[in-house]
Design a binder for this molecule. Structure first.
Ligand code: FAD
Length: 286
């Protein structure tokens, strides 16, 4: 197995263009598990750890641009202000060791329906920045990035450069059901982001469909009927939960049944909207 170690982003793109079969490795918390369990035996690994740009984050065109190699620990410690949903989700990933190595870029690269960063990226309306040497940069909306179980819109010669997320203008929450409180893959998860400036609520469902997805009908319901100046109507909250549950399309597996997941998505949706709405009204009163 070749081990390729570019030191710049341009070099990394050149390697990927010339050897599209090379498997990128950032934190290795997915890749090394797969290699150790013989799930895959790549002909070449493309180690991105020497590409310093991938570990940087900062403002860009009104977005917060988070390099693909930024580890979860940094998201938790430094990005809770602008990206509260992603920071909350990052806090639930694995253990401190996994959060020190694992990255949002690696979560996107793996594109698992259970990945914890996907629901908050969907709810916030994030863009995934990908690049190839020959065709340049593409900005892919998060809800177009996931195309199948563990499959993304990334082309073989492309690498993920960063994720761009608008700094939060309202409350955001992430909630995850697991079989225990830590070191657990989600049975299902849900993220919500209030965008008061647009009078819009974003959603993200995790681990309850072949891909992470938004609950589009539930979002439309709130866009049409939510009174942003009033307490949350219990009837509207209930219908929101029902439409979020209806947007799920889960399977039975070792972590939970499809029926349980559908039910739990409805509960998480109502719960997170309730929390976010309390914060929203509290901020207005302050
Ligand atoms: C014990 C344990 C607990 C875990 N717990 C959780 C959890 O609670 N929640 C959760 O979501 N995940 C969990 N994971 C999975 C894993 O930690 C995450 O998916 C993490 O985000 C992967 O990031 P990484 O940098 O380690 O990726 P890597 O393993 O380096 O790569 C993952 C995938 O992304 C690709 N990739 C990496 N960087 C790029 C790039 N720049 N461009 C294109 N492709 C790229 C790789 O080729 C690979 O396919 C856990 C893993 C372990 C081992």
């Amino acid at each position: 197995m070749d081990f390729l170690r570019p030191t710049t982003w341009a070099e990394a793109l050149a390697v990927k263009a010339d050897q599209p079969e090379a498997v990128p490795i950032q934190g290795g918390t997915d890749v090394m598990v797969e290699i150790n369990f013989d799930v895959r035996r790549p002909v070449a690994l493309l180690d991105l750890n020497r590409v310093a740009e991938l570990r940087e984050w900062g403002p860009a065109d009104g977005y917060c641009r988070v390099g693909a190699g930024v580890p979860y620990t940094t998201v938790v410690e430094e990005l809770g202000g602008p990206l509260p949903g992603l920071a909350q989700a990052s806090r639930t990933v694995g253990s401190p060791q996994i959060r020190n190595r694992g990255s949002v870029g690696g979560n996107l690269g793996a594109a698992s329906p259970a990945g914890d960063s996907h629901p908050p990226l969907l709810a916030a309306g994030a863009l995934v920045e990908v690049e190839s040497r020959d065709r340049g940069v593409r900005l892919i909306p998060a809800d177009e990035f996931y195309v199948g179980v563990k499959r993304s819109a990334l082309e073989p010669d492309e690498l993920i450069r960063a994720v761009r997320v608008k700094p939060a203008t309202g409350p955001q929450y992430f909630s995850k059901v697991g079989t225990r409180n830590a070191m657990v893959i989600a049975v299902c998860s849900f993220a919500i982001a209030l965008h008061p400036d647009e009078r819009r609520v974003g959603t993200g469902i995790g681990s309850a469909a072949p891909t992470p997805r938004r609950a589009l009908d539930a979002e439309k319901l709130l866009a049409a009927e939510l009174d942003w100046d009033a307490p949350l109507d219990p009837g509207l909250l209930a219908r929101f939960g029902e439409l979020c549950a209806a947007a799920a399309a889960p399977i039975d597996d070792v972590r939970g049944t499809a029926g349980y997941r559908v039910h739990a998505i409805g509960v998480l949706a109502r719960r997170t909207l309730g929390w976010a709405w309390n914060d929203h009204l509290g901020r207005r009163a302050a």
